[in-house]
Ligand binder design. Structure first.
Ligand code: GLY
Length: 385
């Protein structure tokens, strides 16, 4: 290591929502924390997301992951309030709910399947006929057949939330090292001893890896690969459009796209799911497919202006589940990564559970199914779908 070292109680690699929320929690508990970010704070998936908090709309079956996202959703109202009290920033947590439309025979089959398992699980979900849906949201297509309503699938403005979390963490003394790469982990006798970065080296016994799609690039000082799993970037392109008339209020899904109406008077339309490496190009094909599906859902959008286009990289593990918890071989290395489509939804839960793990040695939320050990051939732990 270089001669000039900085000492911290915890170093967090990755300055997105997850990293900043953990930094906020740990610094509130009195720890000296640094966040190392290769770009600017919150400029990757946290900024690119649509902000849907939609466990029922997005999950496919009742399993441990579904329990996790439902628990994550339940933390949001308090989290938004606490963040607003700390910073004065309203992150626009909105509770109008989500509508999932059936437009075709295939959609009807998918919605019936969803209805059956979610009813069986005792979840709060309603079937609405076309007339009732159009009464709620007159901007939707009159071609819709029926819809599911998820009153507890909400939304938040993820960009405002990013600004608020960074401010809250800074107020508590968290240091942010931006445009800085964590080049390797220093490991001594199977314990974390520090992090080498392109700025200065850090001496710490705790490293939290929250680098999303960049997580797998981290190596040890001897150039050995640290992890048993990889996190792959999955591109999602997005478009912001002027609000249609009449305005939308609910988040609206179909099997091929979604619309998220923002309080600031525009609609976010998404998205693509593309395996193209670390490539955030916006393509004609991607935009055309998003606009086609957006206009299928709300025809009046066709005459609205395009306000912004962007793309982000979702961090995906092999089984689509996040990796949360301690590395079982390297003491002091903690994972909070691989959140794929649910990073915004799982930010409060991840921050709570990972900070408990660091501060108390255990989490009040059962993280066993999300342990990195599930990717270890010899652990026998293969719980996910
Ligand atoms: N959660 C929505 C998306 O990943 O596109």
């Amino acid at each position: 290591m270089n001669q000039i070292n900085s000492h911290f109680d915890a170093a967090i690699i990755g300055g997105g929502l997850i990293g900043c929320a953990i930094a906020w929690r740990l610094s509130k508990a009195g720890l000296r924390v640094v966040v190392i970010e290769r770009n600017e704070i919150g400029h990757e998936a946290s900024w690119a997301a649509g902000g849907m908090l939609a466990p029922l709309s997005e999950a496919n079956q009742a399993d441990a992951f579904f329990e996790l996202v439902v628990a994550g959703q339940k933390m949001y109202a308090d989290f938004a309030r606490e963040l607003c009290e700390a910073t004065g920033i309203d992150i626009q947590y909105r509770t109008e709910g989500t509508l999932y439309l059936a437009l075709t025979d295939k959609d009807e089959e998918e919605l019936e399947r969803r209805w059956r398992w979610q009813q069986a699980a005792g979840l709060n979900i309603k079937k609405l006929n076309a007339h009732d849906v159009l009464k709620l949201e007159p901007a939707l297509t009159p071609q819709l057949r029926w819809a599911l309503e998820f009153p507890h699938d909400h939304q938040v403005d993820n960009r405002r939330m990013m600004t608020a979390l960074e401010a809250a963490a800074r107020d508590n003394g968290v240091e942010f090292w931006t445009k800085t790469e964590a080049t390797s982990l220093e490991i001594s006798n199977n314990r974390i001893a520090g992090v080498e970065t392109t700025k200065r080296n850090i001496v710490t016994n705790t490293v939290i890896l929250a680098a999303g799609s960049w997580s797998s690039l981290l190596k040890a000082t001897d150039d050995k690969v640290v992890m048993d799993f990889s996190v792959e970037p999955i591109r999602g392109q997005m478009i912001a459009l002027e609000m249609p008339v009449p305005a939308l209020h609910h988040v609206v899904y179909s099997t091929s796209g979604y619309l998220v109406p923002r309080a600031d008077g525009y609609v976010i339309a998404g998205s693509t799911t593309e395996i193209v490496g670390y490539n955030k190009r916006i393509t004609a094909e991607g935009l055309a497919s998003i606009i086609t599906h957006a206009v299928e859902i709300a025809p009046n959008l066709s005459s609205q202006g395009v306000l912004e286009t962007w793309a982000g990289l979702r961090p995906k593990t092999k089984d689509n589940w996040p990796v949360l918890g301690n590395d079982l071989r390297i003491s002091g290395l903690v994972y909070a990564t691989g959140h794929y489509r649910n990073g915004i939804l799982l930010t409060p839960l991840t921050a709570q559970s990972i900070s408990e793990l660091v501060l108390r040695g255990e989490s009040s939320i059962n993280l066993t199914p999300f342990s990195p050990a599930r990717f270890d051939q010899h652990s026998g732990l293969h719980l996910s779908a």
